[in-house]
Design a protein around this ligand. Structure first.
Ligand code: ATP
Ligand code: MG
Length: 347
C-alpha cells in the first residue's frame, strides 16, 4: 500500500462545517492515517478546544501527562501562549508520533482563551501599528509551517467564530462533511457566506499591509495567501441497505449538488441532479456502527481494527468496507489537493 515519497510543497486542509457532530473529527483522524499510509508526511493539529481529536488519537494517561507536563510546544495552546499575551514568539511545536509519517500536535482546553485575543485583533489588521494583531491572526499559519509536514490537517469545532477564522486563514483547502439532512444543508449557506467574507477581508488586509510595508521600504510581515479553496463535500454517516443509502435520505441527497454549488462555490450554473454525478462529491461514508466505539477504545483508525481490538464476525466485512471507503476518499482528496497552486507561505 505504501508508495514512494514524492517531494511536494506543504498543503493544509480543514474539514469544516457549521453543523456540530457531523463527523469532522472522526473523518479527520481516519483520513490522516490513510494519507500517511498513502505515502504522505502528515501532521494533525487539534484546533478545537473540546480536544476530541486528541482524545481519539491518544490514551487518556498520555494526554493527561502532556497536559500536566506543561512544557511549551506540546499543545497548540502552549505554542501560541506568548503570542496570546502579546509578549513573544510561538513555541516550536513538538509533534507526538502516532504512526509512521503521522504526527499530532495535541489540543488543550486553554486554546479557548486565544479566541478572545483573535476576536479583538481582527479589526486591527487594517490599522496602523498592527504588528501584534497580524502576529496573532497568522499564528496558526506560522505554526503549521514550522511543523515541517507535507500535509497538515486541522481539526476544528463547528463554530464560525474568531478561532476558526484564524484556522481557515491558514488553510489551503476546505472539505465539507455533510449529513443528508435539513440542518446540514442549512449550515452550508453559513459556510459559503463566511468563507467568502473571510477571504475578502483577509485579501483586503493583505494587500493594504503589503503596500504599507513597501511604502516604508520595510520587509513585509507574514501575510499568508492560502485561499481556503472548497475541494468538495463528503456525504457522511448514511445508514445503508444493500450498499444503497436508505430512502429517507434521498430527498436531502438530491438537494446537495445545487446547495453546494450555490452556497459554497457561489455559482449559478445548473448543478447535476444527483450526488453520484457531481464532481464536487468526494465520497460517501456509511454509518460504521459498532466499529466506531471499538476504534475509539483502541485509538486506531477504523481500517486498522483487528481481533485484538474486539473485531468479530461480520465486523471484519465492515473493516474491509471502511478500508476501501477511506482509501477512495483519501485518493480523491489528494488528486484535488495536488492540483491546487503552489502555496506561498510568506510574501
Ligand atoms: N461514519 C460514522 N459512523 C458511525 N458513527 C460515526 C461516524 N462518524 C462519526 N461518528 C460518531 O458521531 C459522533 C460525532 O462525531 P465527531 O465527533 O467526529 O463529529 P464532529 O463533527 O467532529 O463533532 P463536533 O462538531 O462536536 O466537533 C461521535 O460519537 C462519533 O463517534
Ligand atoms: Mg469534532
Amino acid at each position: 500500500m505504501k508508495r514512494p515519497r514524492v517531494a511536494r510543497g506543504p498543503k493544509s486542509l480543514v474539514l469544516f462545517d457549521n453543523k456540530g457532530g457531523v463527523g469532522k473529527t472522526t473523518l479527520t483522524f481516519n483520513l490522516a492515517h490513510m494519507f500517511a499510509r498513502l505515502g504522505r508526511r502528515v501532521a494533525l493539529m487539534d484546533l478545537d478546544p473540546q480536544c476530541n481529536l486528541s482524545a481519539l488519537a491518544l490514551p487518556d494517561h498520555v494526554l493527561e501527562s502532556i497536559w500536566d507536563d506543561g512544557k511549551p510546544g506540546q499543545t497548540v495552546a502552549s505554542c501560541v501562549e506568548k503570542v496570546r499575551i502579546g509578549k513573544g514568539e510561538l513555541a516550536q511545536p513538538v509533534g507526538y508520533e502516532l504512526a509512521d509519517d503521522l504526527y499530532l500536535l495535541p489540543g488543550d482546553l486553554r486554546l479557548s482563551r486565544f479566541e478572545s485575543r483573535l476576536a479583538r485583533d481582527w479589526p486591527q489588521i487594517m490599522a496602523e501599528d498592527n504588528e501584534l494583531a497580524l502576529h496573532a491572526v497568522t499564528a496558526f499559519d506560522r505554526l503549521a509551517v514550522s511543523f515541517g509536514a507535507e500535509l497538515l490537517l486541522f481539526d476544528v469545532g463547528p463554530s464560525l467564530g474568531a478561532l476558526n477564522r484564524a484556522v481557515l486563514l491558514a488553510s489551503d483547502a476546505v472539505v465539507v462533511p455533510l449529513a443528508p439532512d435539513l440542518f446540514s444543508l442549512r449550515g452550508l449557506q453559513n459556510v459559503g457566506e463566511v468563507l467568502h467574507e473571510w477571504r475578502e477581508e483577509w485579501e483586503t488586509a493583505r494587500v493594504k499591509n503589503l503596500q504599507s510595508a513597501s511604502r516604508r521600504r520595510e520587509p513585509p510581515p507574514w501575510l499568508p495567501q492560502r485561499g481556503m479553496q472548497p475541494l468538495g463535500y463528503v456525504v457522511q454517516q448514511q445508514l445503508t441497505i444493500a450498499d444503497e443509502p436508505v430512502r429517507a435520505y434521498q430527498r436531502w441527497l438530491k438537494q446537495i449538488p445545487a446547495s453546494f454549488a450555490e452556497d459554497v462555490l457561489q455559482r449559478s450554473d445548473p448543478a447535476p441532479g444527483s450526488v453520484q454525478d457531481d464532481l464536487h462529491c468526494l465520497g460517501f461514508l456509511r454509518h460504521f456502527a459498532s466499529l466506531v466505539p471499538l476504534a475509539q477504545a483502541a485509538h486506531k483508525p477504523l481500517f486498522e481494527l483487528a481481533h485484538a481490538d474486539g473485531v468479530v464476525g461480520s465486523q471484519y466485512q465492515t473493516v474491509a468496507r471502511a478500508t476501501k471507503a477511506f482509501e477512495q476518499l483519501a485518493e480523491a482528496i489528494l488528486v484535488k489537493l495536488d492540483a491546487l497552486g503552489v502555496v506561498t507561505a510568506k510574501q
